[in-house]
Design a protein around this ligand. Structure first.
Ligand code: SF4
Length: 74
């Protein structure tokens, strides 16, 4: 899939949130896109970018901490 489509984190496969969390506008998590992971970007479900790929979000404990403490799960 092309990586030029802008979309919101809550619908993105690179959005990683806490194990029991649901992806919503106010859910905080770590962006685990392979090129953005090194920045340890903590984003909300209502954030977004053009690295967006539609998919199911990932889950890992510590993803919502500031700074995020979780490792990328994919
Ligand atoms: S910052 Fe971009 S790549 Fe990362 S989770 Fe949000 S939409 Fe996806």
């Amino acid at each position: 899939m092309a990586r030029s489509r802008w979309g919101k984190c809550k619908d993105c496969k690179w959005f990683q949130i806490e194990p029991a969390a649901e992806p919503s506008n106010n859910t905080m998590g770590l962006c685990i896109d392979e090129d953005l992971l090194r920045f340890r970007l903590r984003v909300s479900g209502n954030s977004g970018c053009n690295r967006f790929i539609e998919g199911k979000v990932a889950h890992a404990k510590g993803s919502s901490k500031a700074p995020p403490l979780a490792a990328a799960t994919r």
